[in-house]
Design a protein around this ligand. Sequence first.
Ligand code: SF4
Length: 470
Amino acid sequence: MNAPLAQGRVPAAAPAVNQSAPTIAFVSLGCPKALTDSELILTQLQAEGYATSKTYDGADLVIVNTCGFIDAAVQESLDAIGEALSSNGKVVVTGCLGARPGEDGGNLVRQMHPKVLAVTGPHATQEVMDAVHNHVPKPHDPFVDLVPAQGIKLTPRHYAYLKISEGCNHRCSFCIIPSMRGDLVSRPVGDVLGEARRLFEAGVKELLVVSQDTSAYGVDVRYRTGFWEGKPLKTRLFELCEQLGELAEGFGAWVRLHYVYPYPQVDQILPLMASGRVLPYLDVPFQHAHPDMLKRMKRPASGERNLERLARWRELCPQIVVRSTFIAGFPGETENEFETLLEFLREAQIDRAGCFAYSPVGGAAANALPDQLPAELREERRARFMAVAEAVSTRKLQQRVGATMQVLVDHAPALGRKGGVGRSYADAPEIDGVVRLLPPEKASKTLKSGEFTRARIVGTQGHDLVGLPI
Ligand code: SF4
């Protein structure tokens, strides 16, 4: 049994790093697992240059790591929070009691002590540190402070990728990613949202959510309840998208989802797209359409009725844009199966489709499949696929002529006097087309990289639209 071990109320704190460093008092209650959480938080506090203290006096903030195991431990924790509030006033609560619901279904700690600054559950070092940063800014460190809060980014300042998980539970026969990156490991929801907020604060206007299998977010932790801003939040795609959308709204930014498999639960995200919280854009790697091919490929969601699913998505969110990738010439693909793929492409009206001619990857199970097709046939099918894809895409692009679209400017030298290049919600960076912006007609209108403009679509050019900034 995990009986709580009473720990010293205020653990031995390391000596202050310097006299002027902000000071955090720390109360650690509960079992050894809670103690290790305290150690992680104290380590991080010191690493960031905070001083820690044994007393509330003179402390800039108090962290109380609580226990919620038995009634006596709950009472001890609630008393400690009350004492810290009356002695100091600025209190952050973490630990097991922070995860306990109150009678009204809300948070017990917030119910009993509404004045606490933030509440997290156990094992939440980053969320505790976020709360500390919000109320007691990090001391200046001449070495570390040269690194921006959002980390080093290789993308332009106005867009960034946000990885929500690593690895993959599937075993597609053409892919070796799981053997390199292992099974799915979802990042804690609070960490993901904390990173998103730092990126928005640093000026990111478009957040691109990526992983190997975005729809599976949280499956590995059984959609465990994490914490965000002191509130419980499930580690699940819907909840994550809802919060990302809310955060993005405050910064006037976009959220775009990549690598979403067509599982039924994705239907839940569509209303968020219809209401504009998340961009109405889905990057769904279908890879093929014939059921036997999908089985040979060992694709996830191969049993889903993808045409019906797409029709449902378009019903829920008529403006949705679907991008996908496909493989032509996979081992054993018959002409009939390939024709099914082309038919799917025409019927599904995929807005942006890419296609690879199958090519074996060292170590992939598909290498051992019978009926490998000659390279020329694989390439010929890829070309036939792209001809159909381009016809669909061109027709869809032409339907946009005359519309007014919000465009995020990627490039506009000389304030856009000679025009520029941007993207609408329908275009992800690097993989889709762009909106070629004409010079604005009004002399007062300028374009700047990283800012939004409205543009009237006046024509198409290959995979791109041509827009007049207004
Ligand atoms: S191709 Fe299949 S196995 Fe590879 S990462 Fe994607 S879903 Fe996972």
